[in-house]
Design a protein around this ligand. Structure first.
Ligand code: CP
Length: 297
């Protein structure tokens, strides 16, 4: 079964993945759950965390892995995406992890291929395993997602991380506040899910927050003239004084890659409130749980 997004994933399935991921935390043991199974990692966009952690997760479960990047694939010689995926499908992998700049690309291919596809980020649409690892990280710091105030701040318009998180957090009764400059925060995003509100004021977003989730400004997806980094940081960068507005035990998250001095100060990124590296660590545990579910016998 493919994993394409959070929007259509039922709450019990999410809970099962998050609970299973807990079993894989704090261990580097090599298991043989997926022995003799093959995972193909196919990345048409750059990645450090997602690609590496899928590969480590697969290896820890005993699977064989192959990683292919866009520049090394025959799409650079004019082969269509469907032909590339059909070619890889003919090599009989047990799953394909795919990142693509086009929103909906993995959903389109999942309709044509018998091989399960795991969405590792499609355009501005969804990044389901990021939202799952974010939920695992929040739950390591809070007993439940219900009733939490989660401020997601930055380039919301272009963020698949924001969309997947909004879907997941709303399913579990969290109150999500989306915050960013007007060109990066279209009003229709309030309709993504119930209990989502919008503000252009970072201080209002952070007030009484349990969780602050900062986002990277996705210059590669912006067609507008970008804000100069200094101006952006002045109005939407997270600084230590902002944390005083939040709950005393607020946690600060960022999916990475972080741009220090643009969306977050080094003082905050490296502070005790930051769980950014815990997110990275949980990426392996959550992806092990996902691979076991998608590729397991
Ligand atoms: N969070 C995330 O998707 O990071 P990468 O682009 O490095 O995979």
């Amino acid at each position: 079964m493919s994993l394409l997004g959070i929007e259509n994933l039922a709450r019990p399935e999410i809970e099962a993945i998050l609970n299973r991921a807990k079993d894989f935390q704090n261990s580097t043991a090599k298991l043989d759950t997926l022995r003799n199974r093959l995972l193909v990692n196919l990345f048409f966009e750059n990645s450090t965390r997602t690609r590496t952690s899928f590969e480590i997760a697969a290896k820890r479960l005993g699977a064989d892995t192959i990683s292919i990047t866009a520049s090394a694939s025959s799409t650079s010689k004019g082969e269509s995406l469907v032909d590339t995926l059909n070619t890889l499908g003919a090599m009989r992998p047990h799953a394909i992890v795919m990142r693509h700049a086009a929103s909906g690309a993995p959903h389109f291919l999942a309709r044509y291929l018998p091989t399960p596809i795991i969405n590792a980020g499609d355009g501005t649409h969804e990044h389901p395993t990021q939202a799952l690892l974010d939920a695992r990280t929040i739950l390591d710091n809070r007993p439940s997602l219900e009733g939490l105030r989660v401020a997601i701040i930055g380039d919301i318009a272009h963020s698949r991380v924001a969309r997947s998180n909004v879907h997941l957090l709303s399913k579990f009764g969290a109150n999500v506040v989306l915050c960013g400059p007007a060109p990066l925060l279209p009003p229709q995003l309030a309709k993504l899910a119930p209990d989502v509100s919008l503000t252009y004021d970072i201080r209002e977003a952070i007030q009484d927050a349990d969780v602050i989730m900062m986002l990277r400004v996705q210059l590669e997806r912006q067609h507008e003239t970008p804000f100069p980094p200094g101006d952006y940081f002045k109005f939407y960068g997270l600084r230590p004084d902002h944390l005083l507005l939040a709950k005393p035990d607020v946690i600060v998250m960022h999916p990475g890659p972080i741009n220090r001095g643009r969306e977050i100060s080094s003082e905050v990124a490296d502070s005790k409130r930051s769980v950014i590296l815990n997110q990275v660590e949980n990426g392996i545990a959550v992806r092990m749980a996902v691979l076991e579910r998608v590729m397991g016998a």
